[in-house]
Design a protein around this ligand. Structure first.
Ligand code: F0G
Length: 482
């Protein structure tokens, strides 16, 4: 938490670093933004980065690296097998999580691939606080099914519940009794629950989940990709943890798990993935798939430079002054939007600021992808690239039926240490303009729809000429401004 109090007014998020390398940004005129959005099939994943002003698509692989990470990259020991870099990273993971075994993979979903292939069988049921897109796809591809046992409060957009990522223990026990423990290989807890707005779970909740797992002989697997934010919130919001260090909270969580995996594109501010466990029999089962799908056991598809950066990044994540960076900027952005009446997920979570599209464009039916339409409109209005997290991100079932998402969110990710406060305020300003003109925003329809993970590369078109009208209004209000 920031130790620094301001003399006047509310505290502002304060960077505990200085900028030493910069990258020039480009803001193209609104007409060109509309054209770029149309060429990208109204899917922000398909935009060219050169057409993007502030890239708030994700925090994945785009967090700012520190001077120490860059320096460590120069010392990487390049070798196919037995690289010193691997052993340095293994030692760091052991130090932080206390786990004996570390299996490298090229990114988070590769860990999910290996875990699912080994532990998910036909008709397996995997309880979790909430699904993540790639996790669910891997589980279903292996014949399993995801069952979400979130607390009722989880889906309340505006709430003051500190731990909306908690598992509902009663629902978990009921599910286990209904399905039978034999069909449940593991319970998955996702730190900083991504799709409900980066919401954390508490350490106490994890302890309770562990107790249930022990009772029924089920493994507990932690998806630690967004662990950093979750750790920060535990320290901030959980009374019993206030006096624990970030490292102590991390160890307390890790000690409750059978397996921890994470995307190092998020945790560790580098690019890669890791599966960690203290149980040799589990490591043995997964190990053989690493050389098959990822690469040899001492790199697993990662470049050794990234592995060095990851080791330093993990250490820096444990720094009490660094871990607050993301959540404090996100809280600031969410509060500024809220002050202007714009519906956002509260309490603000990790990863990014989440706008409630169903509240913002309540005239667009879910079948016309309100969050996708709003993400397209935000880009046109501002050059800010966000991500749809709603029905577009769902997958049709085996009968071709499209499930409507529980929430329709536009996520404006704040990669760690990347954006300044004035850039955040620019985004807030343009979104405020859009909110005043929200009735101009219309829906979208698929014109190309892939079967798996359609949100990544599906293409959509506006349902009418609403984007032309939006650009016209922009010109009326902003004159010749970009
Ligand atoms: N688990 C969680 C909770 C994630 O947020 C992600 C990625 C993954 C697993 C997969 O990791 O990308 O390294 O393969 N989330 C990114 C995002 C894509 O933008 O939220 P990956």
């Amino acid at each position: 938490m920031s130790q620094i109090k301001f003399f006047q007014g509310d505290n502002l998020p304060l960077e505990m670093h200085k900028v030493r390398i910069v990258q020039k940004l480009n803001l193209i005129p609104v007409e060109q933004r509309m054209k770029a959005m149309s060429e990208a099939g109204n899917n922000t994943f398909l935009l060219h980065n050169r057409d993007v002003f502030l890239d708030m698509l994700t925090d994945s692989g785009v967090n700012a690296m520190s001077d120490r990470q860059l320096a460590a990259m120069m010392e990487a020991d390049d070798s196919y097998a037995g690289s010193e870099t691997f052993f340095r990273l293994e030692a760091k993971i052991r130090e932080i999580f206390g786990t004996e075994f570390f299996l490298p993979a090229h990114q988070g979903r590769a860990c999910e691939h290996i875990i699912s292939k080994v532990f998910v069988k036909q008709d397996s049921v995997i309880p979790m606080n909430y699904h993540f897109t790639t996790t669910k796809s891997h589980i279903t591809l292996n014949g399993g099914r995801v069952e979400e046992v979130y607390i009722d409060e989880a889906l309340n957009i505006t709430s003051n519940h500190p731990f909306k990522g908690n598992i509902d223990i009663r629902k978990l026990v009921e599910l286990i009794k209904k399905e039978g423990a034999d069909d449940i290989p593991f319970v998955r807890m996702e730190a900083g629950t991504n799709l409900i707005g980066g919401q954390p779970f508490s350490l106490e909740n994890m302890r309770q989940v562990r107790k249930v797992c022990d009772e029924y002989g089920i493994m507990l697997i932690l998806d630690a990709s967004l662990l950093a934010d979750n750790l920060y919130f535990i320290k901030q919001r959980e009374k019993d943890c206030r006096n624990m260090s970030i490292r102590e909270i991390t160890r307390a969580m890790a000690d409750l798990c059978d397996i921890i995996y994470f995307s190092a594109r998020k945790l560790g501010c580098a690019r890669g993935g890791a599966i960690c466990t203290d149980k040799s029999e589990l490591a043995d089962k997964m190990r053989e798939l690493v050389p098959l799908y990822e690469g040899f056991l001492t790199y697993g598809g990662m470049s050794v430079r990234e592995m060095e950066a990851m080791a330093v990044g993990l250490k820096e994540t444990m720094d009490e002054e660094m871990i607050n960076q993301g959540p404090e900027f996100i809280a600031c952005m969410a509060e500024e939007l809220q002050k202007r009446g714009i519906p956002v997920v509260t309490p603000p979570g990790g990863l990014g600021c989440h706008i409630d599209a169903m509240g913002f464009v309540d005239h667009i039916p879910q079948t016309q992808y309100p969050a996708g339409a709003l993400a397209a409109a935000i880009y046109i209005a501002s050059g800010v690239r966000g991500m749809e997290r709603g029905t577009m991100s769902e997958q049709r079932d085996e009968n071709g039926v499209e499930p409507l998402s529980n929430m329709e969110l536009v996520r404006l990710a704040l990669p760690r240490r990347v954006f300044t406060l004035s850039q955040v305020m620019y985004a807030v300003d343009r979104i405020t303009w859009l909110y005043e003109n929200r009735k101009l925003i219309g829906g979208l329809k698929f014109i190309e729809e892939p079967r798996v993970l359609r949100f990544f590369f599906g293409r959509l078109a506006p349902t009418n000429d609403w984007q032309d009208r939006l650009v016209k209004k922009f010109r009326e209000d902003f004159g010749d401004s970009l």
